[in-house]
Design a protein around this ligand. Structure first.
Ligand code: CA
Ligand code: CA
Length: 73
């Protein structure tokens, strides 16, 4: 008898900081990076369980003025 232990998605992503704030000056060029955030997830690496997807609050990808660039885990 074989018992396979698979990873389950029991860890939520944890941001490296509790809160992020950023300000941007008006003369910044379009496409400038405003802020970089990162979160980590303790589930098994390389599986959907540990994939972190970033969106704005509410799940959209910005109102046109700002957008989220997805990067890595
Ligand atoms: Ca997870
Ligand atoms: Ca897990």
């Amino acid at each position: 008898m074989h018992i396979f232990i698979e990873d389950i998605n029991d860890n939520a992503p944890v941001f490296s900081r509790a809160e992020y704030t950023a300000s941007i000056s008006e003369d910044k060029s379009v496409g400038s990076s405003v802020i970089k955030v990162s979160a980590s997830d303790r589930d098994k690496p390389g599986t959907p369980n540990s994939q972190v997807r970033y969106t704005f609050q509410g799940g959209d990808n910005g109102n046109g003025s700002f957008y989220v660039e997805y990067a890595g885990g």
